[in-house]
Design a protein around this ligand. Structure first.
Ligand code: UGA
Length: 435
């Protein structure tokens, strides 16, 4: 059975590579020809651990590439839509890419005898599949859902930096749609792919909501521990690490996503919390808790800036070093990264900012151009610096020691991730979450 994947970002390319490497016959499609060419040559357009190796194996085995959707619609039985759904200025979801993909699918369906299941993996607000995408498919194809094509919502839960492992071993598969022959087909496909993974079958709108519930619950956990972290910081000697580790032992709470820090970032959590808030307001539900989750998240960065100012006095013309720009370690992704926001704030205050990141510097150059200095090494980054601010918990920042502090103009470290809290270094140390 041929499988088509439309949209080769993190989700689509990881999925296509994992399936191809497992000898599935997969056709990956993206409208960006340059990207398609890179991928065809085994070069992922972004950094993701294990992706390049998996992609290269997939290209040798079952994966081929195209920029022509019609090939997929006429040949594939399962067609996954994995295009991006970014956010608009008002926080609502931007459906333009998914609508454009579905329009094209509809047009191609009109002229084929193939009867595929169309599977929406892109994150979409509840109601989108049936109220927005289905009418487009009906109109453009002139065909009937449930007879000529299936329409299933299948949200994705993979994490960047773990995309290959999460695609290979997901914690759950969620399928939303009518219980028809197309649902049987995709359920069997997933049963064969992952023998021990629970498969939840529900309707389209519930599966769409599950995705937002998942991400907004994760964001809530982070904001909760960040709130506690701020309380800790005001109690001399209190330590959020011990609090988080201990409550995490309660099986009703669990240990994950309790790392206090500068607030959550990335291309998903901030966008999805905003989108569900926007959606709730539209349907007359006041999202008080989720509003608070956002407020706490925004406050984290303000609190960090206040801490930097407390440590350095005026920022005007001082060299401040921001360590880590990626929104988390093991990725070069700086979309909605809190560190990028911090750099912008520091520049506004007149600081001379030097940035360091093991993977994200090329992406940072596109944003900051010559507004900041780019350091290749920790030594360069901290040389003559007034203050080092640890933002992304890259492993190498644990190696900061006397050698680096000696290079600095002032031995001041603001540590949003408490990476140096166990080190006994001679410095003025401001860890977030430790009073
Ligand atoms: C998130 C979800 O975790 C995935 O399940 C989901 O599939 C994905 O969004 C998506 O919707 O596509 P991701 O954006 O890759 O994944 O990143 P996370 O690992 O969730 O981290 C998000 C942010 O939260 C990062 O800025 C991270 O530093 C922060 N974080 C995470 C904390 O500050 N503390 C924690 O304990 C955990």
């Amino acid at each position: 059975m041929k499988i088509g994947i439309i949209g080769l970002g993190f989700v689509g390319l990881s999925f296509a590579s994992v399936l191809g490497a497992k000898n599935h016959h997969v056709i990956g499609c993206d409208s960006d020809k340059t990207k398609v060419n890179k991928i065809r040559n085994g070069i992922p357009p972004f950094f993701e651990p294990k992706l390049e190796k998996t992609l290269k194996l997939a290209l040798k085995r079952g994966l081929s590439l195209t920029d022509d959707i019609s090939k997929i619609i006429s040949e594939c039985k399962l067609i996954f839509v994995t295009v991006g759904t970014p956010q608009k200025k008002d926080g609502s979801i931007d459906l333009s890419m998914v609508k454009a993909a579905v329009e094209e699918i509809g047009r191609c369906l009109r002229t084929t005898r193939n009867k595929p299941a169309i599977v929406i993996k892109s994150t979409v607000i509840p109601g989108t599949t049936l109220d927005t995408l289905l009418p487009i498919l009906n109109k453009k194809s002139g065909k009937k859902v449930g007879m000529d094509f299936g329409l299933i919502t299948n949200p994705e839960f993979l994490r960047e930096s773990m995309a290959i492992d999460d695609t290979t071993n997901p914690h759950v598969v969620v399928l939303g749609g009518a219980k028809d022959k197309f649902m049987d087909l995709i359920r069997k496909f997933y049963q064969n792919l992952h023998s021990d993974v629970p498969i939840v079958v529900t309707n389209n709108q519930t599966s769409e909501l599950i995705k937002y519930t998942n991400n907004s619950f994760l964001a809530t956990k982070i904001s909760f521990i960040n709130q506690i972290s701020n309380i800790c910081q005001s109690i001399p000697g209190a330590n959020v690490e011990d609090v988080a580790r201990t409550i995490g032992l309660d099986p009703r709470i669990g240990p994950l996503f309790l790392n206090a820090g500068p607030g959550y970032g990335g291309s998903c959590l901030p966008k999805d919390v905003k989108a569900i808030i926007n959606f709730s307001n539209k349907i007359g539900i006041n999202p008080v808790l989720l509003d608070a989750v956002e407020t706490v998240n925004d406050y984290q960065l303000e609190n960090l800036l206040l801490t930097i100012k407390k440590a350095t006095g005026t920022l005007q013309s001082k060299k401040i070093t921001v360590l880590g720009l990626a929104f988390k370690p093991d990725t070069d992704d700086i979309r909605d990264s809190v560190a990028v926001k911090l750099v912008k704030m520091l520049l506004k205050k007149g600081a001379k900012v030097t940035v360091h990141d093991p993977k994200a510097i090329e992406n940072a150059k596109v944003v900051f151009k010559d507004e900041v200095t780019y350091a290749d090494s920790l030594d360069d980054a901290l040389l003559h610096s007034y203050c080092g601010v640890i933002m992304t918990p890259w492993r190498e920042y644990r190696s900061i020691g006397e050698r680096h502090l000696k290079l600095m103009k002032k031995r001041i470290i603001v540590d949003s991730r408490r990476m140096l809290s166990e080190h006994r270094l001679k410095m003025r140390y401001y860890p977030i979450g430790i009073g």
